[in-house]
Design a protein around this ligand. Structure first.
Ligand code: NAI
Length: 268
């Protein structure tokens, strides 16, 4: 099957779709034939996404959704299945990053981080998996982070929330494998999005190229190894990995964690 049509007739739900990696995943799925229900808590961002994609209006539905609210997630998934169709693919992209050393970490930042990055993944994956197992088919992809696999200073809450999301997704995958549902994670490294630029701004950098160079070169004093491939990821690089795992090309792959970090975590 041509890559341009490999998702033809498939219905996908994407969270965190208003910008960055979620928007790239949404665009790529629509371009390859899927109908995408693009969700985000940022309703205006969703409207911008829809306005940017006038080419396939029939294949893009935007719906505001806060993934931290389990009842709202369940209601939206039920409504989508009733009014649009059965979900074939669910992609968890919504995420937040609040950096702080642990000694200064506020309880509300820890809780907010887990509410989105971990609980949100539970809410969406559970609602999708319940329905997918009944039909004996489906694919769930969670976008985690390479910070889940390597300690980072100032990122304990974020890294722990993402590590939990990875293990949750693997355990879910094990439970539903015999029912024909695959569950995988994509763990990106530094990717050029608003989230990454906010991190650079927090570090006091207004010069995008200089900040990117520092990330690429690494910083031994901060125990960061740099990026062996010598570039910051584009959102499309991450979307490509998500689409592979969501597609039938990955039909024999489940419980996998695919790193898209240019070698930054030196994983063998
Ligand atoms: P971003 O900050 O540019 O976009 C995140 C989107 O998630 C936003 O549109 C935001 O409104 C939405 N969102 C946040 N909380 C939400 C909630 N409660 N309910 C629904 N939507 C919510 O971030 P980016 O960079 O596109 O990140 C996407 C995912 O990739 C996140 O899970 C992030 O942790 C992960 N990631 C990003 C990396 C990077 O360097 N940009 C590196 C590794 C992982």
């Amino acid at each position: 099957m041509s890559p341009d049509t490999e998702f033809r007739g498939r219905l996908a739900l994407v969270t965190g779709a208003a910008r960055g990696i979620g928007a790239a995943v949404t665009r790529a799925l629509v371009a390859r034939g899927a109908h995408v229900v693009a969700t985000d808590r940022d309703a205006q961002g969703l409207d911008r996404l829809a306005a940017d994609r006038p080419d396939h209006p029939d294949r893009l539905t935007v719906r505001p959704l806060d993934v931290t609210d389990p009842e709202a997630v369940e209601a939206l998934v039920a409504d989508v299945e009733r009014t649009v169709g059965p979900l074939d693919v669910a992609v968890n992209v919504a995420g937040i990053l609040r950096s702080s050393p642990v000694t200064a970490l506020r309880d509300e930042d820890w809780a907010a981080t887990f509410a989105v990055n971990t609980n949100g993944v539970l809410h969406v994956s559970r609602a999708a998996a319940r329905r997918m197992v009944e039909r004996g088919t489906g694919s769930i992809v969670t976008v985690a982070s390479n910070a889940a696999g390597i300690p980072r200073t100032g990122m304990a809450a974020y890294a722990a929330s993402k590590a939990a999301a990875v293990m949750f997704t693997k355990c879910l995958g094990l439970e539903v494998a015999a029912r024909g549902v695959r569950c995988n994670t994509v763990s990106p490294g530094s990717t050029d999005t608003d989230m990454q630029r906010a991190l650079w701004a927090e570090a006091g950098s207004t010069d995008r190229d200089a900040a990117a160079r520092r990330v690429i070169e690494g910083d031994l004093a901060a125990h960061r190894t740099g990026i062996p491939l010598g570039r910051i990821a584009a959102p499309d690089d991450v979307a490509e990995a998500v689409l592979f795992l969501a597609s039938d090309r990955a039909r024999h792959i489940t419980l996998h964690d695919l790193y898209v970090d240019g070698g930054a975590t030196l994983r063998a």
